[in-house]
Design a protein. Sequence first.
Length: 294
Amino acid sequence: MKTWTFIVLIVLTTFLMGSSFAVGKIGLMYASPLYLVALRFIVAGVVMLIVVLLLRRPHPTGKRNWLKIGVIGALQTAGVMGCIFISLRTITASESSILTFTNPLLVVVLGTIFSGIRYKWYQWIGVLLGVIGVSITVGAQVEWKIGIVWGLCSAIFWATATLLVKKWGVLFDTWVLSAYQMLCGGIILLLLSVTLEQPFFIWNHESILILLWLSIFSSIIQFAVWYYVLQHGDPGKTSSFLFLAPFFGVLSGWLLLGETLYVSSIVGGLCIIVGIYLVNRQFQSKKGSVSTLQ
């Protein structure tokens, strides 16, 4: 892949990842959080399901494999995205994106504890920097907000799902796994919405545009571009650029929502960004290294 093509695609996919926080926060003016994210992934899941059926991609067989897809959907889509959208009710899009994208750092910790994966010394420095970054970002809060807890929970769910995808992902076609886990997660979120909140969605041009942006651009296109770059470029080089996502999260929060860029958030975010880069440096090693953290 040509360098300029790689740069354009990596900026595009990380921009879509990061900016979805600000767009999602705007969407909360028109919908309850769980209902909005449920609609997002039901729409995205149905569109991708149609695509994989038309392309006749290989589907899993056996109840066990379908159950595994359901578990991944419950964690990756319902858990991660549900926590993100709930967090956006009480904290800024910038803070939510910073907290959520600590997930690669948590993968190192959880992977060591539960999977016995061995990581390099500089990756542990990355984890330490990440912890310092979160402490600076959260510790500077004048008051403790419940959104901080939800933001950290989204990172925990994401890290757990990553380890399961690492273990089970080889059993499934990537596009089939994505379609069904998004659809499954969306249905779970819909059930949670009906149970835990009073679901509502104000239908107008702006809310529909936000829903389509989150479903098509920030879900399907973002996913497609990310995996295209992973498959056609060096996975290690690609993974190290994940730090751009929280950067775009903070930038879009400032541009779209007028969020204040506190010094503590900038310093904490930079520590996390460097930490993510160091953690992903492992994947620039040669054959036999562990696959990407995403």
